[in-house]
Design a protein around this ligand. Structure first.
Ligand code: AMP
Length: 284
């Protein structure tokens, strides 16, 4: 595995691979890798001649009061994991290399960027999509791998690809969970032992609502309320939102239908966690 810090060296390599007819799979990450990231990399490895993984804690997608400075950055450990997964290139630019002072443009995510996560985190998706577009141009992927866990991000990247006719196939990968259901996240390390003990209620609540859907409940607000009620019992957990929405417009459906998403954001102490399930997919 070769480590690239200079964006233009990575781009040169990627263009050379493309010219040689080798398809590239890209897995964008912020590092602090866990089995969720690894599942994306493993799939990329299976489906592409070349695999590029980026590790970049993107300042553009963090709000001023968020955890950019303290976000975990165990780079050597991450690099070891990626070597073991037979990644070809690890792209690890500095902030100045990816977004130098001369950088001026940004991707406007449009109206979908203002809902849900975007409402709670103004500017978040503008930062995400700006970085993703640049990563696509640098790594020249045929396929890019994103986790279902960050469902709105996945849908907005898809929208970006459609809107700008990007020649990249956006591959959605299922959420990897702890045995007790908690979705793996680099932010789980922030949880105290007590918070960690209560965290599984997040997925349990979504799953309970999803089970109600499968039993015939089609009222989206009632499904949301069911999940909210289930989480209300957990001490120290504050629900930011529970939202049922369709995959295209991110709007609450008049009647919930299979394929709609039930997503939540909660705070456990100062740690913000998100999760979601797809209605009708069955999760138990
Ligand atoms: P992050 O490093 O948090 O930006 O995540 C990088 C990629 O890994 C994103 O596409 C995430 O959606 C994905 N990801 C994060 N956690 C998980 C998980 N538990 N299961 C599957 N994919 C995940």
């Amino acid at each position: 595995m070769r480590i690239y810090e200079d964006p233009y060296l990575l781009q040169q390599q990627a263009l050379a691979w493309r010219q040689a007819g080798e398809e590239i799979g890209l897995v964008p990450t912020m590092g602090a890798l866990h089995a969720g990231h690894e599942s994306l990399v493993t799939r990329a490895r299976r489906e592409n001649a070349r695999v590029v993984v980026s590790i970049f804690v993107n300042p553009l997608q963090f709000g001023p009061d968020e955890d950019f400075a303290r976000y975990p950055r165990p780079f050597d450990q991450d690099a070891g994991r990626l070597t073991a997964l037979q990644v070809d290139a690890l792209f690890h630019p500095s902030v100045d290399q990816l977004f130098p002072r001369s950088f001026k443009s940004a991707v406007d995510p449009g109206p979908l960027g203002d809902r849900l996560e975007g409402q709670a985190r103004p500017g978040h998706f503008r930062g995400v999509l700006t970085a993703v577009l640049k990563l696509f141009e640098l790594a020249q992927p045929k396929r890019a791998y994103f986790g279902q866990k960050d469902i709105q991000q996945l849908l907005l990247v898809r929208q970006l690809g459609r809107d700008f006719a990007l020649p990249v196939h956006v591959v959605a990968c299922p959420t990897v969970r702890e045995p007790d259901g908690l979705a793996l996240s680099s932010r789980n390390v922030y949880l105290t032992a007590e918070q960690r003990q209560h965290a599984p209620v997040i997925f349990a609540a979504l799953r309970a609502a999803e089970a109600a859907f499968r039993r015939g409940e089609r009222d989206a607000e009632r499904l949301e309320q069911l999940a909210r009620d289930r989480m209300a019992a957990a001490p120290g957990l504050a629900v930011e939102y529970v939202a049922c929405f369709d995959e295209i417009g991110l709007q609450r459906p008049a009647r919930a239908a299979a394929g709609n998403i039930l997503a939540t954001a909660v705070k456990l102490g100062s740690t913000r966690l998100i999760d979601n399930v797809v209605l009708g997919a069955g999760s138990d």
